[in-house]
Design a protein around this ligand. Structure first.
Ligand SMILES: NC(=O)c1ccc[n+]([C@@H]2O[C@H](COP(=O)([O-])OP(=O)(O)OC[C@H]3O[C@@H](n4cnc5c(N)ncnc54)[C@H](OP(=O)(O)O)[C@@H]3O)[C@@H](O)[C@H]2O)c1
Length: 263
């Protein structure tokens, strides 16, 4: 029970990563406040967790709208008295942002990942941090991808957005760690159980000349164990980092690419 007595808020909890992290946090005893901009998938995960004996409630929160995030955090403070963990796993449809060569990419399409991924992380982190600093304790977390650190064709503004989030993790930590708040990101390799990865492949399928199965095999071959990670493996690391066992970690993004990307 790594997270017993911890209060966690997850943004994008109806998604693959958010849902897996919610289940792992619940198994480790956290009290969960799960959010998404569409209520139904978040509600379904909260119900599963509660029927397995955990504590979770669902809310509709647009993680790009300051008032929506702030109002929800205030309701968490009113109910639970504090926020210990903020986890942002918000993701936008890859079909809207991938697959166009940079030579042909319009500014609006280039900017979209930056104005969603980086902006949502900034807003959720800042609003949680205001509560955490007052309590001199807390952990802020998010998810990026190896596009932050390596050149990949046809990904438009996604790589710059991931790099911006990792820079923000470092900068938030530099300002917040003196006040007892840790900031740590996770950078997993593709997890094929999530629909996201297939959707990210599709806009680039023609240019790559590969089938979905061949692409998964190629990604797996770049890891040291020659396989891709499961959502549960990623979520177990998230639970450890969110816990007091990881008080020595802040200002970094954990490389979960299993050897695909060197530090
Ligand atoms: N899956 C992987 O293998 C993998 C690997 C490395 C990195 N990542 C990155 O990790 C992040 C999450 O990935 P994922 O696979 O969990 O994606 P996902 O399944 O699409 O989940 C993203 C969630 O965010 C929600 N969302 C979108 N806009 C929102 C907003 N404004 N406010 C609140 N919630 C919002 C989505 O809701 P709707 O679906 O209703 O819009 C969805 O539930 C992405 O940044 C992705 O690029 C994923």
């Amino acid at each position: 029970m790594l997270l017993k007595n911890k209060v966690a808020v997850i943004y994008g909890a109806g998604g693959s990563i958010g849902g897996a992290v919610a289940r792992a946090f619940a198994r480790d005893g956290a009290t969960l406040f799960l959010t998404g901009h569409v209520r139904a998938p978040v509600e379904a995960i909260a119900k599963d967790i509660v029927s397995a004996g955990g504590s979770a409630e669902a809310a509709e929160v647009d993680a790009l709208v300051e008032r929506s995030i702030d109002g929800h955090l205030q309701s968490v403070m009113d109910k639970a008295g504090r926020v210990d963990i903020s986890f942002n796993s918000v993701g936008i449809p890859d079909a809207e942002i991938l697959g166009v060569p940079l030579l042909d990419l319009g500014l609006e399409q280039f900017s979209q990942p930056l104005s969603t991924y980086a902006a949502s992380y900034f807003l959720t982190a800042r609003l949680a941090a205001r509560r955490m600093v007052a309590n001199k304790s807390g952990v802020i977390m998010t998810v990026t991808a190896l596009h932050s650190r390596t050149g990949i064709p046809l990904v438009g503004g996604y790589g710059p957005a991931m790099a911006a989030k990792e820079a923000l993790t470092r900068d938030l930590s530099a300002e917040l760690a003196p006040h007892g708040v840790r900031v740590v990101g996770l950078r997993p390799q593709a997890m094929p159980e999530s629909d996201t990865i297939k959707q990210a492949f599709e806009p680039r399928a023609k240019a790559s000349g590969m089938t979905w199965e061949q692409w998964q095999t190629l990604l797996a071959s770049r890891t040291h164990p020659r396989r891709l990670m499961t959502l549960e493996e990623m979520a177990n690391v998230a639970a450890f980092i969110a816990s007091d066992r990881a008080t020595g970690m802040t200002g970094t993004t954990v490389n979960l690419t299993m050897g695909s990307l060197d530090d």
